[in-house]
Design a protein around this ligand. Structure first.
Ligand SMILES: C[S@@+](CC[C@H](N)C(=O)[O-])C[C@H]1O[C@@H](n2cnc3c(N)ncnc32)[C@H](O)[C@@H]1O
Length: 374
């Protein structure tokens, strides 16, 4: 049997941010793999599936440690998908798994499914619905997470799709929920909500930022965008459900709009939102990392509501990555319009990564700036 410590030590997070305090494999990955060991060993080819593997520990661990073959894996985040591919290549395991969207192709006939619990309950609900609809009747779904992030509401969500839900004992501050007895039902995603005040319908898959609601920061940016310079090509960078892309496309009929996000749920949501507003042929939606599928100096207007979480030092780097991407794809003289929490000091980074930056709107909570590409 392969030495677990040696195997886990090989795994890297790249191309995601690497730093000594950030790990490619966590206690939840280890607990899930231990809890599922016998079940996986009893599976035939194609009977093990994985959802939201962070960097490949679950997928490659199932193969290397427990002999799983032809594992199917769905990861919402593109960086996770790329990290899995790199880890597999380094370990000579390319071809032992297939990356698929969260849907029937992933789940059909699966008998063991390992899930890293998503942050949003709606994301867990969509995963549970997909698995219950297509997995084998004797499937065991194991959902692992950090104890501090797990709530009883997660058990309730799983119970809506599975007859039998129980919890394992916690180990190293992680816990696994075990679901059996799938109750297949029609999917409730994407969800849809009309926003008459904005004249927009928003469609959202479970893991999309803000769901079908419109984030207050997004609203503040929307309120300022009429003043953006005339443009030919626009990019909604980190588009989420595509609210900004749809609003731009509708208000400027000559504009070509690209909506880019690294989340599969966001991309599917942005496509659905564009279609719901009759803008399907006006908005091109791409799944990439920080707009890396777009050429340099090809865009006149970038709009961006970057992710932010107070308290985690690394997260500024995520916003910086998006600002640097905006600087790269904008042509000289093009504009980045962005919104951020007024407590954050993003102006120096915007000036450095894009160009001269001025505040165009400010509330106690949010600041909207425009940066002109030098
Ligand atoms: C705060 S949300 C804003 C979503 C949407 N624009 C809105 O205003 O509702 C930030 C979005 O950025 C996306 N994102 C984060 N890092 C990214 C990256 N490296 N490349 C592309 N998108 C990214 C997230 O998936 C998320 O959808």
């Amino acid at each position: 049997m392969t030495d677990t410590t040696d195997f886990f030590a090989q795994l890297r997070r790249a191309p995601d941010i690497e730093s000594p305090e950030l790990v490619a494999v966590d206690a939840t990955d280890r607990l899930l793999l231990d809890e599922a060991a016998e079940l996986i060993a009893a599976c035939g080819p194609g009977e093990v599936a994985v959802v939201d593997d962070s960097y490949g520990a679950l997928t490659l661990g199932a193969v290397v440690l427990h002999g799983a073959r032809d594992v199917r894996v769905a990861q919402d985040l593109l960086v996770g998908e790329r990290a899995l591919a790199r880890n597999a290549e380094r370990a000579g395991l390319t071809g032992t798994y297939r990356s698929l969207p969260l849907g029937p192709e992933l789940a059909s006939g699966a008998r063991v499914v390992l899930v890293q619990a998503p942050k949003a309950l709606e994301a867990l609900r969509e995963i549970a619905e997909v698995l219950a609809a297509s997995a084998a009747p004797d499937v065991t779904v194991l959902v692992g997470g950090r104890v501090k992030h797990m709530t009883h509401a997660m058990n309730d969500v799983l119970r809506d799709s599975f007859a039998d839900v129980s919890a394992t004992l916690a180990r190293q501050k992680s816990r696994v929920l075990v679901a059996r007895g799938p109750r297949p039902a029609a999917s409730s995603f994407p969800r849809s909500q009309e926003h008459p005040d904005l004249g927009l319908t928003v469609r959202a898959h479970g893991a999309a930022f803000a769901g079908t609601k419109i984030d207050l920061g997004t609203r503040t940016l929307l309120g300022a965008l009429d003043a953006a310079a005339p443009a030919g090509a626009a990019l909604d960078l980190g588009a989420g459900t595509g609210v900004l892309a749809s609003a731009l496309a509708r208000s400027r009929p000559d504009l070509t709009v690209v909506a880019a996000d690294q989340s599969a749920a966001a991309v599917a949501s942005a496509v659905a939102t564009a279609a719901a507003n009759g803008l399907g042929d006006r908005i091109r939606v791409v799944r990439d990392d920080a707009a890396d599928s777009l050429p340099d100096a090809s865009i006149d207007l970038v709009v961006c509501n970057p992710p932010f979480h107070v308290g985690a030092a690394v997260v500024t780097t995520v916003a910086d990555q998006l600002f640097a991407a905006a600087g790269r794809v904008l042509r000289p003289g093009g504009e980045l319009w962005t919104v951020y929490n007024s407590a954050l000091r993003y102006k120096p980074a915007l000036s450095r990564l894009v160009g001269p930056t001025r505040v165009v709107a400010q509330t106690p909570k949010f600041t909207v700036t425009v940066s002109t590409r030098r």
